[in-house]
Ligand binder design. Sequence first.
Ligand code: MF3
Ligand code: CO
Length: 237
Amino acid sequence: MRESNRIVAETILVLGREIKPGIQTRKLDKIADDYIHSRHAKSAFKGYRGYPASICISIDEEVVHGIPSKRELLAGQIVSVDVGVEKDGYYGDAAYTFAVGEVSEVKAHLMQVTKDSLYKGIEKALPGKHLSDIGNAVQSYAEKNGFSVVRDMVGHGIGERLHESPEVPNYGEAGRGPVLRPGMCLAIEPMVNAGTFEVYALDDDWTVVTADHQPSAHYEHTIAITENGPVILSVSE
Ligand code: MF3
Ligand code: CO
């Protein structure tokens, strides 16, 4: 899982260098797919329930699962790239939201709070804590900052499949659900909205957008729980 997740992290770094006004999102998909294959791995998303591309690219009010297309990025947008990789039977999954050129204060704040909320959640991934302590920390932090947390999609266990149990919500009361134990691997992925938490899917049956079309940000890491606490696997070193 370190291997597959390292490749995920490297792919996101490669994409970060390419994200700029004028680039087509399908070009980013190609760059990611080529990089993943150069590392002798494959996209975990392509063909998953019929998903037609290698990565997900979600712009502004798109929350997750945006499909790469001919659409060109514009300055002022925020763009989340979500990358999943399978390598030698093990899965990695992570996401990062980038600014295209200069973005509004609200978007910049939304990105920072969403990223910080992910780390607030990761800090709770300790042996002996409960699963819902993660989501409670994410939600408390996001809402304290005036934003809302998406309910309709959740994080997940990960390992020999992309999605394993348990589901990892980004909201809820503390002290509920399974007790966390060393050896568990989780993909924690807060989706935080500037306005309402409500979302719906577009007619392409994939792209999830905010109900009020205000912007949304998404960050994700795959972590392993150890005796010494959480280890983030989706990093490049
Ligand atoms: N990171 C997302 C998830 O865990 C991406 C899945 S996209 C899909 O669900 F195409 F694979 F569904
Ligand atoms: Co995921």
